[in-house]
Design a protein around this ligand. Structure first.
Ligand code: ZN
Length: 272
């Protein structure tokens, strides 16, 4: 079975002062996504920034970014509804109205460094139901074991369709630490028939990505997860990180999924 490579070109926090190669405008993000697609990525996980590089859930910015990407390549677009610090949940959830093929769904609130990542239970249920109505596939971001349990409860309530798609997020402030033990424990708790990848933030990103690939997970790469290619060396854009993930997969004799294959592996619901 081929592995799905997701590029995450820009996250919620870092700015160009942390890494000058970080894409922040719709144009720059679309350029980075196209490069990653040409290298082998089949999914693009997208965060948006305003002109001051602050995270935004502005619908016009999101639409423009999606349009620019679609003009360039057939990669599957996954919009982050996590967006970033200080953006209200009620603004974040509106992003799914643009009907990306996928969007993230964060099942629980958490304290992350000095801000509150707010995902209130009623809002999460409302968003899950709306995504189901719009045929937007949720990528379930679980930062701890309890987050997985909440997703399984939502599934039981009929708010999430099979097969469930998980991202095991590790090394983010307030979530589980990025250790091989934690990854093995989380994978062992996943129910059968789901798809998953690891999102390992920071310096353990490469090691945990390698372990996840060897365990049968999908793979994600990009400046959202790490700004560095190796210790003390900034990645000069997303492409070097994407190419490194591709090398890892190829060395493990894994093929990369095309967007069409990813669509079928993830069982994305068709959209009109
Ligand atoms: Zn993200």
């Amino acid at each position: 079975m081929p592995v799905i490579l997701t590029v995450a070109p820009t996250g919620p926090i870092a700015t160009k002062s942390d890494n000058p190669y970080l894409p922040t405008s719709p144009q720059e993000i679309a350029d980075a996504v196209e490069e990653a697609y040409r290298a082998g990525a089949s999914v693009a996980h997208i965060h948006l920034r305003d002109e001051q590089q602050r995270p935004t859930a502005d619908l016009a910015t999101a639409q423009l970014t999606m349009d620019l990407i679609k003009q360039r390549c057939p990669i599957l677009i996954q919009i982050s509804t996590g967006v970033g610090p200080m953006v209200p949940f009620e603004d974040r959830e509106k992003l799914v109205e643009l009907k990306p093929r996928m969007a993230t769904l964060n099942p629980c609130s958490m304290s992350s460094a000095d801000y509150e990542f707010r995902n209130p239970p009623a809002g999460v249920r409302r968003l899950a139901a709306r995504m189901r109505e719009l045929n937007v596939k949720p990528e379930l971001e679980i930062y701890d074991t309890g987050h997985l349990d909440v997703c399984l409860q939502l599934h039981k309530e009929g708010l999430l369709a099979d097969p469930l798609q998980f991202s095991i997020v590790m090394g983010a402030a307030g979530g589980m630490a990025a250790t091989p033990e934690n990854l093995l424990m989380m994978v062992s708790r996943l129910p059968p028939g789901v798809t998953w990848q690891v999102i390992a933030v920071g310096k353990s990103s490469l090691q945990l990505t390698a372990i996840a690939l060897a365990l049968g997970g999908n793979v994600r790469a990009g400046l959202e997860d790490t700004l560095h290619l190796r210790r003390g060396v900034l990645a000069e854009g997303n492409l070097p990180l994407v190419e490194r993930a591709i090398r890892l997969a190829r060395d493990l004799e894994l093929d990369l999924a095309t967007p069409e294959q990813a669509e079928s592996l993830l069982a994305l619901p068709p959209q009109l």
